[in-house]
Design a protein around this ligand. Structure first.
Ligand SMILES: NC(=O)c1ccc[n+]([C@@H]2O[C@H](COP(=O)([O-])OP(=O)(O)OC[C@H]3O[C@@H](n4cnc5c(N)ncnc54)[C@H](O)[C@@H]3O)[C@@H](O)[C@H]2O)c1
Length: 271
């Protein structure tokens, strides 16, 4: 899909990958609503851009009423929403996670996407098309050392993106699914700086797994995938190789991941 002249909503656009995607979409000629829990950060992400081309809004994008209001406002002020970046995410939970951590991770990393699709798909079917961009994670293809709620909800986000593509692809709805490893954003930086040893170790595991990319590089890859209407967006190309190995010999892949888990446990002194 060409972004020139289209209207996009980017959730979690107050910083990191979302802010970079919002700026890249603006550069490509789109009009953009940036939505984030933190309205001031959403505003900062589009500072200096003409209000006719960009709106910032604060609110919880996992809340259906809030989300409906955002979509309605974007359509009134910018035009029909053609592309939705379901990017807001939470890296919550260590180990098995608590009930609250699961609830938050499920709500933001998965159900927010379902709620957005429920609101947008009928409009897109009527208009003959639309584009849903999921920010999942390499953890959604390859699991994650550390947080069960994060790994599992990211798998679910990939699954939902696949389902959308399978179900509506023939009716003009396109889907891309971004699955990066480490990206230099607050999610990783806050983890590295955390006083909680488990959290900082989880962040160090991410940064040690491969290159830590800049959000702008990830946004560029995502926009290229949208232009080509390609589903899987892998800014770290080795993820494809790991994914192939997983598909070829699941047990061998699991044994390799267990070795990595053991190294992490040894580093943490918990083995
Ligand atoms: N940074 C990485 O290494 C990495 C790797 C793989 C995937 N991801 C994914 O990328 C996405 C963006 O994360 P990031 O790395 O840019 O981190 P980030 O913390 O900089 O950005 C996440 C943004 O989402 C917002 N947000 C969280 N919950 C929200 C809610 N309910 N409603 C509205 N906004 C909400 C936060 O306020 C924040 O601005 C996430 O889905 C994350 O899981 C990040």
């Amino acid at each position: 899909m060409e972004l020139e002249g289209k209207v996009a909503i980017v959730t979690g656009g107050g910083g990191g990958i979302g802010a970079a995607m919002a700026r890249a979409a603006l550069d490509a000629g789109a009009k953009v609503m940036v939505a984030d829990l933190d309205g001031d950060r959403a505003g900062a992400a589009i500072a200096g851009v003409d209000a006719a081309r960009a709106i910032a809004v604060g609110g919880d994008v996992s809340d259906e009423v809030v989300l409906r209001g955002m979509i309605e406002r974007a359509e009134e002020e910018l035009g029909p929403v053609a592309i939705f970046f379901a990017n807001a995410g939470v890296g919550t939970g260590i180990g098995l996670g608590t009930e609250d951590e699961w609830e938050l991770a499920l709500d933001v990393n998965l159900i927010a996407h379902v709620r957005a699709a429920r609101l947008l798909v009928p409009r897109w079917l009527e208009r003959g098309g639309g584009y849903f961009v999921t920010t999942a994670s390499a953890a959604g293809l390859l699991t994650q050392i550390g947080s069960a709620p994060y790994a599992v909800t990211k798998h679910a986000a990939v699954g939902f993106a696949e389902w959308l593509s399978v179900t509506y692809g023939e009716r003009g709805i396109r889907v891309s699914c971004l699955c990066p490893m480490g990206v230099r954003t607050a999610m990783v930086e806050d983890g590295l700086a955390s006083d909680d040893p488990a959290e900082s170790l989880a962040a160090r595991t991410v940064t040690a797994a491969g290159a830590v990319l800049e959000p702008e590089e990830v946004a560029r890859e995502t926009l290229a995938a949208i232009a080509a209407e390609r589903f899987l967006v892998l800014p770290h190309p080795e993820v494809l190789e790991f994914y192939r190995r997983k598909g070829t010999d699941y047990d061998r892949w699991l044994a390799g991941m267990r070795r990595l888990q053991r190294q992490v446990d040894e580093a943490a002194g918990t083995s």
